[in-house]
Design a protein around this ligand. Structure first.
Ligand SMILES: Nc1nc2c(c(=O)[nH]1)N[C@H]1C(S)=C(S)[C@@H](COP(=O)(O)OP(=O)(O)OC[C@H]3O[C@@H](n4cnc5c(=O)[nH]c(N)nc54)[C@H](O)[C@@H]3O)O[C@H]1N2
Ligand SMILES: Nc1nc2c(c(=O)[nH]1)N[C@H]1C(S)=C(S)[C@@H](COP(=O)(O)OP(=O)(O)OC[C@H]3O[C@@H](n4cnc5c(=O)[nH]c(N)nc54)[C@H](O)[C@@H]3O)O[C@H]1N2
Ligand code: SF4
Ligand SMILES: [Mo]
Length: 749
């Protein structure tokens, strides 16, 4: 029988045990609401070094405190930082556990066949691992061309490998943070305002009088300064409107909760537009001055009354009307938050267009309490020679299909990795850093098939995550607490640059991504692209360009720079927007030209078959995706997920709080593990809810293994967004199994 990579994960193990870890798990988890003890260092004779958090991508800046023995004791937020505002969320405080996790990857591993003919991981020195990868990459370049590799990234390591790949002659990179996350939002807002949304989303919530959330479960989605801003807004009496089939944390605090039927949001948004326009509640002056296509929009939404939407969404038409009046009364200090994870049903760019249009009708974009215009001070790249020009890249294989894809689409590169894809653009090797995409991109069947066609799979990770089990080479990266990275220099209300440095020597034989990329670059003969020795040299040069230095950044952690730009539109002034018409496009001329619908319309999505329920997933405040379940601190706070079931539904099935259940989806896929039912009124009877990221099936993750249900394998019905290629994951339905099912292979390789 042919040994496949899939089989390999089951038999893999390490031949030599890593060194025993020094120290225990430290640090009490500090809640975001706890105040910061700025005197901690003096009290305990601790020293501190700056960092920005990598536990999620909000990148809050903070301070890492060490005791005299050099042990990391705690991490707190930097008071000068706009992302942190002096506080970290529970995950950020618990970030210390990522460093102390005993299950961390400890040495480079290469997959080898042993004397009995079995595959296993063998620990090797860095030199051997890098040599092996360089030889394979050169081989692929010679046989097919440098373009025939794909780089999958997320987070800080990405930038180091993007540089390496660009120098190698390859631009094929993609991340699940676009096609499985915020991509539709970027495309929808870009088509409307000529600019995307970005991160942090510039919703001016702290100054808002009315904030509207469509899904977008802030408080469970624990983006730090957002949670703080919403709390401020609530304290200031802001109205909160939430459309969610679940009574989310924020819905529980809302003025109006709209328990919408899943997959019907577009009808609600169109009805809101109808009320705002036909009841003359929109910002006429703003629309006249800045917008294009109002008459077409007005005509388009003529029949989309609250009564029409009620039949689709199951919402009370009066509630729809009332909430529209509420937002209009607060406008322009009102905002529909653009959301972040927006890849829901396949027509997502259009749903986000509708959200953008309502923000325009409210006159909210560029207005205080609506959406501010983020500013930044870009840290320039360290100068090197020009990159070679690849013969083709992701753009060439995407542009005819998804015309408004702004960056690489993971699924396009996965399709190109399949054996039957045209040879001229076929991918033959994967380099993966900071994403465990087997657990973030659905359609495992495709992934396994594509995997079999690869001549090289490299995974750079800090943990022995599922993805590492499929690699030929596994490279252990140091955690963010042990390394330098490029500075954070994204947009915000004020331009700020945040800095990360090692708080301590790396544990085990782990190395930072910049070191790995440079070392591999040298082996590939790309020395001219690395005219520096280390990141200290790079960062010092970079910081000097913005009027600081490495020395200064070590002291302050965050540098605020006056950008001299306005964050709101000046009242009564004309502006040219970056669209075809120079206006805010209520009617998208770009979409019309490309054959997409220039105005968002309602499309009916699939309904749950009898006995099945809408499969709804989301976040928990103490975990990030699937990356933190093994973190000892965060595992202590929450070690499994539960399945939320409405009491009416539970009664039908004889399910009680705590009943052990497995889930089976509409295509017969059964969850690998079981978990407990949580019977609650907080979810509609036609839906069930689960926190994403649990159900790890790699036993090297000792604390997370087998705990909870993984949503990813249950997502087999995927609806792709025709405009930007996003992966709509919410067209799936599940039913309950109350007894342990006979185990079947969930996916053939
Ligand atoms: N703690 C924590 N915070 C995080 C993250 C994390 O992993 N952990 N990840 C971060 C990232 S990258 C992202 S993208 C965001 C994701 O967070 P969001 O962008 O907030 O994600 P959503 O999918 O909008 O929100 C999930 C909510 O949508 C509801 N929902 C499901 N279906 C529907 C529907 O058809 N209509 C409506 N109106 N609502 C629906 C669910 O009930 C749930 O409450 O969170 C960020 N913040
Ligand atoms: N079913 C389902 N799928 C989803 C989502 C969902 O809610 N449900 N959410 C979607 C969203 S919004 C997003 S943004 C994506 C996220 O998808 P991914 O980016 O793939 O997120 P993770 O699964 O957390 O994978 C992160 C990997 O990086 C590793 N890692 C952590 N820190 C470091 C580090 O410092 N260096 C290196 N080299 N590696 C590190 C972790 O161990 C883990 O293996 O998933 C998407 N997919
Ligand atoms: S929101 Fe929390 S986990 Fe994310 S970067 Fe900030 S402190 Fe870290
Ligand atoms: Mo995301």
């Amino acid at each position: 029988m042919k040994t496949t990579r899939r089989e390999f994960i089951k038999i893999s193990g390490m031949t030599a045990a890593g060194a025993a870890i020094a120290g225990t798990v430290l640090g009490q988890v500090q809640k975001a609401s706890e105040s910061v003890n700025e005197n901690a260092a003096e009290e305990h004779e601790w020293t501190r070094t700056p960092t920005y958090c990598e536990i999620c991508f909000w990148k809050c800046a903070g301070w890492v405190y060490k005791n005299k023995e050099g042990q990391i004791k705690k991490i707190i937020g930097n008071v000068n930082d706009h992302h942190a505002r002096g506080k970290l969320c529970p995950r950020g405080t618990g970030g210390i556990g990522a460093y102390y996790d005993e299950d961390r990857l400890k040495k480079p591993l290469i997959r080898k066949v042993n004397e009995e003919g079995k595959q296993e991981f063998v620990e090797v020195e860095w030199e051997e691992a890098i040599d092996f990868i360089a030889k394979k990459m050169k081989g692929i370049k010679k046989k097919y061309g440098a373009e025939h590799l794909a780089l999958f990234i997320h987070g800080a390591p990405g930038k180091h490998f993007e540089h390496l790949f660009a120098a190698f002659g390859n631009e094929n990179h993609a991340e699940p943070a676009y096609a499985q996350c915020a991509g539709p939002r970027e495309a929808g807002f870009f088509a409307t305002f000529g600019v995307g949304v970005g991160s942090p989303e510039p919703a001016d919530m702290q100054n808002s009088k009315c904030i509207i959330f469509i899904g977008n479960h802030i408080g469970e989605n624990m983006h730090n300064s957002f949670v703080q801003e919403v709390s401020l807004a609530i304290d200031n009496g802001a109205k909160i409107i939430v459309a969610d089939p679940r009574l989310s944390t924020i819905a529980a605090k809302a003025t109006h909760w709209l328990p919408i039927k899943p997959a019907t949001d577009m009808a609600l948004l169109l009805a809101w537009m109808h009320v705002l326009i036909y009841d003359n509640l929109y910002d006429k002056e703003y629309i006249d001055r800045y917008a294009f296509g109002f008459d077409q929009l007005k005509d388009h939404v003529k029949n989309f009354t609250p009564e029409w939407a009620s039949g689709i969404t199951t919402l009370d038409p009066e509630l729809i009307r009332k909430s529209a009046y509420e937002m209009a009364a607060a406008a322009p200090s009102a905002v529909i938050h653009p959301g972040r994870h927006t890849t829901w049903y396949g027509d997502d760019t259009q749903r986000l267009r509708a959200i953008a249009i309502i923000n325009a009708l409210l006159g909210a974009w560029g207005r205080r309490g609506g959406m501010y215009i983020g500013v930044r001070k870009k840290v320039p790249n360290f100068p090197t020679i020009k990159y070679p020009h690849p013969h083709w890249s992701w753009k060439d294989i995407t542009k005819d299909k998804y015309k408004n894809a702004a960056v690489g689409i993971t699924n396009v590169l996965l399709d190109a990795s399949l054996p039957d894809y045209p040879k001229e653009h076929q991918i033959k090797g994967w380099f993966i850093a900071g994403t465990s995409f087997i657990n973030s991109i659905p359609d495992r069947k495709k992934i396994f098939k594509a995997m079999e066609n690869q001549e090289l799979i490299v995974v750079v990770d800090t943990m022995p995550m599922e993805m590492t089990g499929y690699a030929d080479v596994v490279l252990p990266e140091t955690t963010y607490l042990e390394r330098y990275d490029y500075a954070r220099d994204g947009k915000n209300r004020v331009a700020q640059v945040a800095f990360r440095m090692p708080a301590t020597e790396p544990l085990y034989d782990s190395k930072p991504a910049w070191w790995i990329a440079r070392k591999l670059g040298m082996k590939l003969g790309l020395n001219n692209y690395y005219p520096w020795r280390d990141m200290e040299e790079v960062l010092d040069w970079q910081f000097k360009q913005i009027g600081s230095s490495l020395e200064e950044m070590k002291q302050i952690g965050v540098k605020t720079v006056d950008s001299g730009e306005d964050i709101y539109l000046r009242e009564g002034e004309d502006y040219e927007f970056n669209t075809n018409t120079g206006k805010i496009e209520l009617y998208s001329t770009d979409f019309a030209e490309k054959g997409y619908n220039p105005l968002p319309t309602y499309t009916k999505h699939e309904e749950a078959p009898p006995g099945y329920y809408y499969f709804v997933y989301g976040r928990a405040p103490m975990h990030t995706f699937g990356r933190t379940q093994n973190n000892p601190n965060l595992n202590d706070l929450m070690d499994t997920n539960t399945v939320w079931i409405n009491p009416k539904t539970a009664k039908l099935w004889g399910i009680e709080n705590g009943t052990e259940i497995w889930l089976q989806n509409q295509d017969g896929i059964v969850s690998e593990f079981s978990t407990k039912a949580r019977v609650t009124e907080r979810i509609r009877p036609d839906s069930v809810y689960l926190v994403h990221g649990f159900g790890h099936n790699r036993n090297l993750l000792k604390k997370a293994f087998g705990k909870g249900i993984n949503d990813v394998p249950l997502i087999t019905n995927i609806k792709v967004d025709p405009i930007m290629g996003g992966t709509g994951m919410r067209n799936n339905f599940v039913t309950f199994l109350l007894e342990k099912p006979v185990k079947e292979e969930e996916v053939e390789s």
